[in-house]
Design a protein around this ligand. Sequence first.
Ligand code: 5AD
Ligand code: SF4
Length: 435
Amino acid sequence: MSAPKKLFIKTYGCQMNVYDSERMAEAMGGQGYVETDRADDADMILLNTCHIREKAAEKVYSELGRLKPLKALKPDLKIGVAGCVAQAEGAEIMRRQPAVDLVVGPQSYHRLPQMEERLSRGETALDTDFPEEDKFDHLKSRPKARRAPAAFLTVQEGCDKFCAFCVVPYTRGAEVSRPAPRVMQEARELVERGVREVTLLGQNVNAYHGHEGGLAGLIRDLAGVDGLERIRYTTSHPNDMDDALIAAHAEVPELMPYLHLPVQSGSDRILKRMNRSHTAESYLRLIERIRAARPDIILSGDFIVGFPEETDADFEATMELVRQVRYGYAYSFKYSTRPGTPAAERPLVDADVADDRLQRLQALITGHQHDIQREMVGREVSVLIERKGREAGQMVGKSEYLHSVHILDCAAQIGDIVRVRVIEAKTNSLASVLV
Ligand code: 5AD
Ligand code: SF4
């Protein structure tokens, strides 16, 4: 038997890409590939790319430039581009970087095995269709090897919201939900492989409609799966946070007290220009209802600063909203023009002004984040252990609130869930002891 071929995948961007990379590796397993973590060792290199901001997209071309010389050393090496840059730019990628043999979009990667056969005949392959068939039906069932105790599970893809700045509705297409029985099946397979926590993924996961009870119905069913102890979901849109989902936060113990709920701006004028179809006030009222259901919930958000025509007053409204919500985590980005989106035609905010706003917003958010971490000191939390720590006897995992927690003198194993008391807040993690 010939030695297995080696596949190196580099993943950019969001958690959905992390999930897709896993599935692509599994699909290529059927073609005789095993994964390697070294590009210079690989027979095939796949970049699973992100198109959300200009910087993310440009990174792909610099990486391709770096990889190209590997082809001179290994003429049979195949280089592929997957993900949202593949979807958005298609054949243009091969024109700009002829070293690329394969371009595959996020909705057609179940066809990778046939595409690989074309490559082995010396041809190139391009597929950026939004096929009729469901890619998940065509992907093999997941291999049985044991895996890490926390896993991602894609339940919904695409977005119909068309925020004025965002490429997702174009790269990932219209909203599609996977039927609940298929999701349940995949969750059970993951549990059999040692998984105890799943994060349900979707660009608009709370718009999920593959279950008659929506995302809340799916979460309640998943909570009944023996051995599945923790459920999370991301990313949500404020307009799809319905009563049933809020009630699930109060009633389903397996649903973790953490919610990523991007608002993007605190200014109603900008929200309108962004086509967000909610106001700052309606968002704050929603947060109140969620906190009433689950008082200890930690919130996280996304913000864009320097959106076209954002004034100082608009930015101050964002700062004020952040002060009111007090996020446990938040991600803020400088607006990046995305060709083809409605906002791309509008006048830009001065770059220095946008930089300054970003720094101020990030300082405010980081302050809250550290305060909230310090408030955890003295409290008991549950930790799902994910790995050994660097120092002897230490284990590391995540609390219910998604804080990274180190446990000192811990004899428990990876995959165990233990109760600990937090004794110290460090910059990016909490230190704790078993109770
Ligand atoms: N510029 C800057 N940030 C963006 N995001 C989406 N599109 C853009 C853009 N054009 C941010 C939003 C979104 C997150 C995933 O990325 O905040 O919630
Ligand atoms: Fe993009 Fe999210 Fe808006 Fe959809 S809801 S267009 S994914 S920012």
